[in-house]
Design a protein around this ligand. Structure first.
Ligand code: BTN
Length: 331
């Protein structure tokens, strides 16, 4: 019925249609009509409703347009093989399946909506339709397993540069790969890989960007820690252009990484970092490491100087700023 209901509204653009007329036309109760309209609203359709006049369809959910991404693309291979789907559990899973079936490096899977979006540390990634970017890129780096943190840094630098260029906002990278604006998270990156004989054969770089979400689109439990490009910049962002810009940045940096190694990426990362020179507490698998974040090491790990003056490097973990550092960041 939803499809027919939409077609009915499409034919009557800019008109109010009464609940009574709809229930008569579709031979159902007015409560059933109301329920269908609520269902469509959840999918992103916007209706105006006026007592006695009825409902008017005023906006449809925005959809990512694959042809437009292709028009915007300036890459040689990244994104050229594009799989865009309406809904999936996680684009990571779909990309893994594609990689296992032999998909080439640079293949990109995008979903308008994810029902089981995955974040780091077993968390979920909130993935509502029409307003975010949820994508997974297949890389076949064939580099030592120990270089995985370098790739993480590489992806976050490319994303940070693309967003800064496009939206003009000063977002920064919290080690290892969260993108923050004024201390709130805007993007998340999740790298999943398949290694053999200590070599990284396939890496699925999963990127989630809160693009045009409004405050109300975030669930209560993350609203005070998350933000979107729209909230941060005050302007709606073109998702297709953003995807294309990111792929261009990533392809360029990946080529530099392949030919010259991590050195230049590391310098770019350090310049964009909001972690360095702050007092941090890093939750790692082996406990908490506290101290001053001093540098990123040649492998992509975070070098922390502890209170006893000794340095230690962590390669995976979750950075929390101490209260004093958080206060300084607010000033
Ligand atoms: C994080 O915890 O910060 C990482 C979030 C990564 C989310 C993206 S959305 C596209 C891709 N598919 C997923 O299921 N996760 C990643």
């Amino acid at each position: 019925m939803n499809e027919q209901l939409l077609a009915f509204f499409e034919e009557r653009k800019h008109e109010y249609v009464s609940g009574e007329l709809l229930s008569h036309y579709f031979q159902c109760s007015r409560t059933a009509v109301w329920k269908h309209i609520q269902h469509l609203k959840k999918k992103g359709y916007v209706f105006e409703s006026v007592p006695r006049l009825g409902y008017k369809l005023v906006a449809k959910p925005e959809k990512i347009d694959a042809a437009k991404i292709m028009r915007e693309l300036q890459t040689k291979s990244f994104g050229r093989n594009l799989i865009l789907i309406e809904q999936t559990g996680s684009t990571q899973t779909l990309a893994q399946q594609q990689a296992a079936a032999g998909a080439e490096e640079g293949t990109l899977v995008i979903a308008e909506k994810q029902t089981a979006g995955r974040g780091r540390m077993g968390r979920k990634w909130h993935s509502p339709p029409g307003k975010g970017v949820y994508m997974s890129l297949i890389l076949r780096p064939d580099i030592p397993l120990a270089f995985a943190p370098q790739l993480t840094a590489l992806v976050s630098v490319a994303l940070c540069r693309a967003i800064r260029n496009m939206c003009g906002i000063e977002i920064g990278i919290k080690w290892p790969n969260d993108l923050l604006f004024n201390g709130k998270k805007i993007c998340g990156i999740l790298l999943e890989s398949r290694a053999e004989d200590e070599k990284l054969l396939v890496v699925i770089a999963g990127i989630g960007i809160s693009v045009n979400l409004e405050e109300a689109d975030f669930p209560d439990d993350i609203r005070n820690r998350a933000t979107s490009l729209f909230i941060a910049s005050g302007a709606k962002v073109d998702r297709e252009k953003l995807i294309a810009n990111f792929l261009r940045e990533l392809e360029e940096l990946y080529a530099i990484f392949r030919s010259d190694g991590f050195h230049s990426i590391r310098i770019l990362w350090e310049a964009l970092s909001v972690t360095l020179h702050n007092r941090v507490e890093v939750k790692t698998g082996r406990g908490i490491v506290a101290g001053i974040a001093e540098a990123i090491d040649p492998l992509g790990g975070l070098v922390v100087r502890k209170s006893d003056g000794k340095k230690t490097t962590v390669y995976s973990g979750e950075v929390g700023f101490t209260e004093a550092a958080a206060k300084r960041a607010q000033e």
